[in-house]
Design a protein around this ligand. Sequence first.
Ligand SMILES: *Cc1c(COP(=O)(O)O)cnc(C)c1O
Length: 486
Amino acid sequence: MSFLELLPAKNGEEPTMQFLLEVVEILTSYIRKTFDRSTKVLDFHHPHQLLEGIEGFNLELSDQPESLEQILVDCRDTLKYGVRTGHPRFFNQLSTGLDIVGLAGEWLTSTANTNMFTYEIAPVFVLMEQLTLKKMREIVGWPDGEGDGIFSPGGAISNMYSVMIARYKFFPEVKTKGMAAAPRLVLFTSEHSHYSIKKASAALGFGTENLILLNTDERGRVIPADLEAKVIEGYVPLFVTATAGTTVYGAFDPINEIADICEKYNMWLHVDGAWGGGLLMSRKHRHKLNGVERANSVTWNPHKMMGVPLQCSAILVRERGLLQGCNSMCAGYLFQPDKQYDVTYDTGDKAIQCGRHVDIFKFWLMWKAKVCFYLKAENTEGSFLSALITNVVPIFSYQPQHTNVCFWYIPPSLRSLPDGEERRQRLHKVAPKIKAMMMESGTTMVGYQPQGDKVNFFRMVISNPAATRSDIDFLVEEIERLGHDL
Ligand SMILES: *Cc1c(COP(=O)(O)O)cnc(C)c1O
């Protein structure tokens, strides 16, 4: 069979249905395997191996159209050599899990294949986005869910929006005249904050040197007094990020104390809840974000803690109109003011993009199906996790605030070595070696990194509802098995 037989070909309906049913068969078989613990998380190959081609799987683009039979084989192989991020033993990323309702939403979204720029071509999705953003703002705690927002391609972009609109709020003329219209501005963020804040300062013309890093306490939370000390050092202080759930430690900055300082010095307060924002849905854990309602803007990634399929991230803004003012260009071919409907629903000009993917539907659908997303957060408490991990050395001596658990594995050969440079250097190599072996054997995946003066340690993180206690035990046993003789 060839693509020429598929719709829009004459009599193409039957072959199209047959082809798509076979694709669905491939997808459902993959989904079944994803949740099956007897399958591997990945079948690792080096880039050169994949490029050379394995067992009939060839990445090269051919000069001739391939048969649909070959296309189906390619679909199967593409999944086969990928990583099963929904596998119960995949602990590598903050966005994990394979939500079935969300997946159905993603399939429908692709089928609808439309673009978020106007109500004209995405009427239902635009309204869903408006309603969902309002709900999220209510949960943040802004009166009547008032404010503004937009779904963006990820937390990094949502954070970038926050810096842009803060600048627009205080120095709107930068939109037309550029940075020369503003005094020398500085931004503040935790030394543990996500690197996207730094990227935003570079990309938006502040310069990374004008992003001031704030010291943190032993749990990785910003020390508010350090902010105040640095604010009075000169320059015009514009913007502060408080991170709600840092990427590595899972720490929550004290938002209320930071908000007090922001009010005192008239600075924009952004809360980066890309990772921890999901806890706002939890009655039990929401207190970790106390003060979030005082923020001027909030990043919240449903594609992390809430398990919505990638991508799904929102930037929420307390003051209406700033997004539009900052970004609108009023392109005449899209945003005609004389349409027959209420054109305030043509929300696309608030974005820095032109075309925008429909990220809302899967989230809206999951919200409808589950409502109580928070159950997940309540079941995967950090304290519960750290109690399970006993045979390794936690890098802190207290309970984590989120589901991140950071630890070293000390192989027997290092256990009697005194603390010092040699031990540090050797320990630094342990996690990458274990990780490499783990990927070769394909049984599980977990991340590692150094942080500050701490040599490479593992960051075990749970945001996958499929993971159970026995999967966590499995990870620890696997680390011991692989690392025992290092
Ligand atoms: C993951 C993360 C981001 C970036 O989000 P993306 O969706 O990956 O762009 C930003 N901030 C924090 C705290 C994060 O953990």
